[in-house]
Design a protein around this ligand. Structure first.
Ligand SMILES: Cc1ncc(COP(=O)(O)O)c(C=O)c1O
Length: 491
């Protein structure tokens, strides 16, 4: 298959070359009708590629031409049987996987560190989640991988579970042993669904953990916008049949129609076509560059007294089969500084923007598109912060109180879908302990729900979330001024 081609980009270019008298949607008429306030800054050419279904440009929901060709090239590159372009992020891919794998009332195993889009898929499908707990990486205060043993035990207790859904690699680059987990799932006639939002690049360098498809997953979804060069919201879903529950795989395309716009954005789809092209032609060099940049920054960061940066040594920990070396998890814990304070100081010191902060760490994502200068700014800012020690004057910035660990699983009183459609009431957050939540509540990022709809809010859960709320962290699922209101099931 000729990966040195860009079928969708070429199809739109051919369409533009016909100099069309345009009476279709969108109304901005290629590059003419966009506000000059914007075009004065960015130029006009790109807007001509914001087109719709035409005889040249195919139809995402029933592809037969350029989009199908582009998706076929993508599937060949990743070793999938079939791949789909997504214009609503990995969010809609996870929803479609959920909808396809288990129906109302059926059980599905889900890693507790799953992104909230997994829960949203269950609201749509009505399936019953059975949570499996990831290991904890105590040294870094984050969750680790899901062990094959935990998966085996979960299937022993829930032999009718239709699938396992997990995230690998996770935000911090931690990958589970997907090959062994796939074997266990298939032995139970269950599908392995992998949220590979952070792993579209795994397939292009031997130092990166094994990709989900290579490891035996039946479906996986990748956010191509996260690190592989596509525009925000552009993701892909891959299917690779292992002869397990093939009727589910056949339903994916139908389910994608439920969760995606009927007006898919051609800029996004073209960005997927071009990102695939770059990965096919230059993927190994792109990943080599990202790894080299990250490696040298990691060495420099480790030389700063008191500062730590996670590396391959964590693969010694149970449940972790590999770690993505392009993720820099940086902690100033030994100096007594929270990750939140470090994030704020990095911004203030030299406009260094990291992806996220948690209680103990910040996470910097390094890609092929970063520069040596970017890396120098990151390491120099860290050096300066550790010298000046600005956190010492602020109680909030100091790592004082006990480290936060994800609370134990609360009681599940109803499925996410039952909870979502139950009668609800809004009450003050301070009175919420002991009640059943109607919503998911997730500190964001990383968007991992601490409470799912239908779960009882235990005292431990309340305390955990309260620590975020008190520190004015961004929380999805609490509303009102100071996140002081919660929607509960009416009892
Ligand atoms: C693990 C994980 N899954 C899914 C998503 C959602 O992906 P998207 O933003 O592409 O919809 C995210 C977003 O950060 C994520 O971290």
């Amino acid at each position: 298959m000729n990966q040195n081609s860009t079928p969708l980009l070429d199809a739109i270019s051919s369409f533009i070359d016909t100099n069309p008298a345009y009476f279709r949607i969108p109304g901005h008429r290629l590059d003419r009708g966009i506000s000059t306030r914007w075009t004065n800054r960015v130029g006009t050419e790109i807007f001509a590629y914001d087109v719709t279904e035409t005889p040249y440009t195919d139809d995402l929901h029933s592809p037969e031409g350029a989009i199908l060709e582009a998706e076929t090239l993508l599937a060949a590159l990743y070793g999938a049987d079939r791949s789909f372009f997504l214009v609503n992020g990995t969010t809609c891919g996870n929803e479609a996987m959920m909808l396809s794998a288990a129906s109302e009332g059926e059980e599905i195993l889900i890693a507790r560190n799953a992104h909230k889009s997994a829960m949203m898929g269950l609201v749509l499908s009505g399936a019953r989640p059975v949570h499996v707990m990831p290991e904890v990486l105590e040294e870094w205060g984050i969750q680790g991988g899901i062990t094959p043993e935990v998966v085996r035990c979960a299937f022993m207790e829930h032999p009718n579970a239709k699938a396992l859904f997990l995230v690998s690699p996770d935000y911090y680059g931690v990958a589970s042993d997907l090959a062994r987990i796939a074997e266990i799932c298939h032995a139970h006639n269950a599908l392995l669904l992998v949220d590979e939002a952070h792993g579209g690049h795994m397939y292009f360098h031997e130092r990166l953990p094994m990709g989900a498809l290579a490891a035996g997953a039946d479906m996986c979804v990748q956010s191509m916008h996260k690190v592989t060069g596509a525009l925000t919201q552009s993701s892909v879903l891959h299917i690779k049949s292992h002869g397990i529950r093939e009727e589910c795989l056949a339903r994916v395309m139908e389910n994608l129609q439920l969760v995606q716009s009927t007006s898919p954005n051609y800029l996004l789809m073209t960005s997927l076509d071009c990102a695939r092209y770059e990965l096919a032609m230059n993927g190994a060099q792109m990943m080599e560059r990202a790894l080299l940049l990250a490696d040298s920054a990691r060495s420099a960061l480790r030389e700063i007294p008191g500062l730590r940066c996670m590396g391959e040594e964590v693969t010694q920990v149970s449940g972790i089969a590999g770690v993505d070396g392009t993720r820099l998890v940086i902690s100033a814990k030994e100096l007594g500084m929270t990750g939140y304070a470090l994030e704020k100081q990095l911004l203030e010191t030299d406009a260094v923007n990291v992806e996220l902060a948690d209680y103990e760490n910040v996470l910097a994502i390094v890609t092929y598109a970063n520069t040596e200068l970017d890396m120098n700014r990151l390491t120099a800012a860290c050096r300066r912060i550790c010298q000046v020690r600005p956190w010492e004057d602020s109680r909030k910035d100091r790592l004082g109180y006990a480290p936060m660990r994800l609370p134990a699983l609360p009681e599940q009183c109803m499925t996410p879908r039952e909870a979502y459609f139950s009668e609800t009431c809004d009450i003050a957050w301070r009175d919420a302990a002991g009640r059943i939540s109607a919503q998911m509540i997730a500190p964001y990022p990383p968007g991992i729900p601490v409470v799912w709809p239908g779960e009882r809010i235990t005292g431990e859960v309340w305390d955990y979330l309260e620590a975020f709320r008190r520190d004015k962290r961004h929380i999805h699922g609490l509303s009102g001024a100071a996140s002081a209101t919660i929607r509960l099931i009416k009892e």
